[in-house]
Design a protein. Structure first.
Length: 499
């Protein structure tokens, strides 16, 4: 059975101002904005409210009631951003928290309260922390969002409604508790219907005829007969594990133990579905409201607890626990099916070697960054700088084969660099070449190896490549662009370095 918590921030914006400006404590103040040429009260502090200053009042009238009233500017963008921040903090109590604009939150607490020892301590902890943070709140728990919302705003009774007890709970409440439009509430009052129990037992056709379908919809939401949509601020990851801590965790050892437990649970779920994660995020919710997180990635799907723990272990020192961490959440936002065991990887003959190499690459990426690791496959182009393509994973297979039996340099320049040469003609390698101001005398040479472009790409000049070795034993891959001729003196380029 579903259980929801509705939290009402009675003075959300003015409480925020008090937190930002402590000097306002004890002073009556409001937030106001101009509407139709007049300044209107948009939010009133508790002190001003007790003096009769309410939302919607004209500021001039409010000052007539309370001359020492302080008026501050109202920012309409604050409500949603502030509620979103509080909602992200509340994720420590449930993974599903939704905004209830303009001044509330809705928590899907299904299956969460037992972690705090029951619904009463669960709700008490939520309200206690919010009140300690400076917010004046009321909250209630029920089977439906509508009933929890109604009880939090219009009832002073015990805020936890027993399962299936929403009808009895909302009976004595006013019609406003059903979130009805103002004109419907006004019509009910004109008929002398001031409590829900006055009309809840009326025949449904009568209610629809007199008050419209909205009456039946809102009643149905409160009683659980009509489904009410719920949009959490952070969608629930299909593969997520949570671990609350009864005492704040402040040590690296404690973080490691929590991580180990989360990985064991997550990997067990993944293995049962023949899946592996490609990305994992560990979020640590601190008691001061801050969220610290670290992230890992893998070169292929993995559900190995030991391997994933080693990747996270490198990043645990970056997590600052401060006063302590009270909730750990492990998300796997990128999950893929585990591939069938394969017998080759690059030129290896064992599937076990494949796993070992994949895990080694993951550890290297965790230490130095994934950008330092590359795997290249042949591409269907003749010119060397175009004949390779970077693979996205270890599972990628070549679509063609390397089309040469000639040696290739271990370092290939992305763009060939021009050099000055002295060479016999027509097809001899250079005797001397100058590269970046340094003269190299060629002692040995091999070639030429002619490479032309594909005819459908270009009909330009061909390249004649030579492998040359200078007097110091350094070996280079150079080429001549085109032939020597009466009207053509070809350019020479250096394209790579051999070991």
């Amino acid at each position: 059975m579903k259980r929801y918590v509705a939290i009402w921030f009675r003075h959300l914006l003015t409480d925020r101002e008090l937190l930002r400006r402590p000097e306002l404590a004890g002073e009556p103040f409001v937030l106001a904005a101009k509407q139709r040429g007049r300044m209107i009260v948009m939010a009133s502090s508790s002190i001003a409210e007790k003096a009769g200053i309410v939302t919607g009042m004209v500021v001039a009238d409010a000052r007539a009631v309370l001359p020492k009233l302080i008026v501050l500017d109202y920012d309409p963008s604050i409500e949603q951003s502030l509620l979103t921040t509080i909602a992200e903090w509340a994720i420590r109590y449930t993974p599903l928290v939704a905004l209830d604009l303009p001044d509330g939150l809705i928590l899907d607490a299904t299956g969460c309260a037992h972690l705090w020892g029951g619904e009463t301590p669960y709700l008490k902890d939520i309200m206690g922390r919010l009140k300690t943070s400076g917010y004046d709140v009321r909250a209630a728990m029920a089977d439906t969002i509508g009933a929890a919302w109604a009880m939090s705003r219009y009832s002073r009774a015990f805020p936890i409604i027993a399962p299936s007890g929403q009808m009895a709970a909302i009976m004595p409440l006013p019609p406003n508790a059903l979130r009805l439009p103002g004109e419907v509430v006004e019509k009910l009052h004109k008929l002398g219907l001031y409590q829900i129990k006055s009309f809840i037992s009326m025949p449904r056709p009568v209610l629809r005829r007199r008050f419209g379908q909205i009456m039946l919809d809102q009643l149905g939401k409160a009683l659980g007969h009509v489904h009410e949509g719920f949009m959490p601020v952070q969608p629930l990851e299909p593969f997520q594990e949570r671990l609350p801590s009864m005492e704040p965790i402040r040590t690296a050892t404690g973080i490691e133990i929590a991580l180990q437990k989360l990985l064991e649970k997550l990997c067990t779920r993944l293995a049962a579905e023949d899946k592996g994660l490609r990305q994992a995020i560990l979020k640590c919710y601190r008691i001061d409201g801050e969220i610290k997180q670290v992230e890992i990635g893998t070169s292929g799907p993995s559900c190995s607890t030991g391997h994933l723990f080693k990747l996270f272990e490198l990043k645990i020192p970056t997590i600052e626990p401060a006063l302590g961490i009270e909730l750990f959440v492990l998300d796997a936002p990128v999950v893929e099916p585990m591939p069938a065991a394969q017998e080759t990887l690059w030129n290896l003959s064992s599937g076990n070697k494949k796993v070992a190499i994949a895990e080694l690459l993951d550890r290297l990426a965790a230490r130095a960054g994934s950008e330092v690791i590359h795997r290249y496959l042949p591409a269907e182009h003749h010119w060397p700088e175009r004949s390779i393509v970077e693979a996205s994973s270890l599972e990628d297979q070549p679509q063609t084969y390397w089309r040469t039996d000639q040696p290739r340099p271990v370092e290939l320049l992305a763009n060939p660099e021009r050099i000055e040469v002295s060479a016999p003609v027509p097809d001899y390698p250079p005797m001397v070449f100058r590269y970046k101001g340094t003269v190299h005398k060629v002692k040995r040479a091999d070639g030429p190896d002619r490479i032309e472009q594909e005819w459908w790409l270009s009909d330009g000049l061909h390249r004649d490549y030579y492998l040359v070795e200078d007097e110091n034993g350094n070996r280079y891959w150079i080429f001549r662009l085109g032939h020597y001729g009466d009207d053509h003196n070809p350019d020479w380029f250096l394209h790579g370095f051999f070991a």
